[in-house]
Ligand binder design. Sequence first.
Ligand code: SF4
Length: 73
Amino acid sequence: MAKIIHYRQRCIGCGICYELQPEFWRMSKKDGKATLLKSIRKKEIYILEIDRQHKETSDLVAEACPVNVIKVV
Ligand code: SF4
């Protein structure tokens, strides 16, 4: 089991995560930032457990984020 971690506060709303992985991301109409769907909030971070099959794409999304606010562990 892997996890996606999103440091949402520092998201600049570029939309790349949503374009690459729409099953996990939405762009908020309220503040323009990305939202990690079905994630659990812990203070300022959002965490989503993912299956192995989603890890490769999630790694690509993390690399593509221009401000490095997505981690996959
Ligand atoms: S790729 Fe990064 S900066 Fe761009 S919307 Fe997603 S989390 Fe925010």
